[in-house]
Design a protein around this ligand. Structure first.
Ligand SMILES: Nc1ncnc2c1ncn2[C@@H]1O[C@H](COP(=O)(O)OP(=O)(O)OP(=O)(O)O)[C@@H](O)[C@H]1O
Ligand SMILES: [Mg+2]
Length: 253
């Protein structure tokens, strides 16, 4: 992996950075348009650093829709999601709208700005949930962080916003240095679909049998499957604080 580097917009014309801005491959025209678009956002520099990688360059993260890096604008460090040229999305406007809506419930990184190919938002520095769980085995801390994730999912349910990717969320929850969890990536979110965030995240954390579910069981002990299912069933009916508390009780105690 190459060393972390901070580049001005001019520096983005050089490879391999040009190909990251237009991942996996763009022409001269696409590159110039994207540099102009970044300039319009007031982005001064882009930082290539982090645990992810694209073309051997470190980045914060890489998915099927975008590559996320750090951008500086007006001396503020922000997360910049760059739309992949081969993404099956025309633009990042829907994601921007969904993120801004999630923010109304106090969930997700704060939305800053968006255009066709870029989304600027609050930078979350921390660990993805699976890595965080590998490194944190203290019962109360794990319980507190997971309860806060459920709480955020409840707020999204009440708002009527379905995240869409929480039943398999290894890359969609980041825990920051203050042990605060953040739900990211609202590109498959919907405010018309019935929201099932609490059910989906419980499924992922306690029932899926995957790496994270095993890690949670290691720290909190085995859950009572019947109790979890019954609590989720009641929660589905009314989504009250009381029902949520029962889900938290069944899943995390
Ligand atoms: N605001 C942020 N601050 C810091 N890192 C972030 C932020 N948003 C996303 N990331 C990192 O970038 C990764 C990719 O982002 P995101 O999930 O939005 O991309 P994606 O292309 O939609 O991914 P996928 O194909 O998995 O849905 C995340 O898993 C996370 O590690
Ligand atoms: Mg996504």
């Amino acid at each position: 992996m190459k060393n972390p580097v901070t580049l001005t917009l001019e520096g983005l014309r050089k490879e391999p950075y040009a190909s990251i801005l237009c991942y996996p491959k763009g022409d001269e025209n696409e590159l110039e348009n994207r540099i102009k678009e970044l300039d319009m956002h007031g982005v001064a520099t882009v930082e290539f650093a982090g645990k992810g990688g694209a073309f051997n360059v470190p980045v914060l993260g890489k998915g099927y829709v975008g590559i996320v890096v750090v951008a500086q604008r007006y001396s503020q460090r922000l997360a910049l999601k760059i739309r992949r040229v081969d993404a099956d999305r025309e633009d990042l406007q829907h994601e921007a709208k969904m993120l801004a809506k999630a923010n109304c419930a106090g969930v997700g990184p704060t939305f800053v700005d968006a255009s066709k190919n870029f989304l600027l938002m609050q930078l979350i520095e921390g660990e993805l949930l699976p890595a965080w769980l590998d490194a944190n085995k203290e019962k109360n801390t794990v319980r507190q962080v997971l309860a806060e994730i459920l709480e955020q999912c409840w707020h999204l349910d009440l708002l009527g916003l379905d995240h869409g990717e929480l039943s398999k969320a290894p890359k969609h929850v980041i825990i920051d240095q203050c042990q605060q969890p953040w739900i990211v990536d609202f590109e498959t979110s919907s405010d018309t679909r019935k929201p099932t965030n609490v059910t989906a995240i419980c499924q992922y954390l306690r029932m899926s049998g995957g790496h994270v579910a095993k890690g949670v069981s290691e720290v909190l002990g085995e859950r009572n499957r019947v109790e979890v299912i019954s609590a989720l069933r009641s929660y589905k009916k009314d989504q009250t604080r009381e029902s949520l508390d029962k889900v938290v009780q069944a899943c995390l105690h």
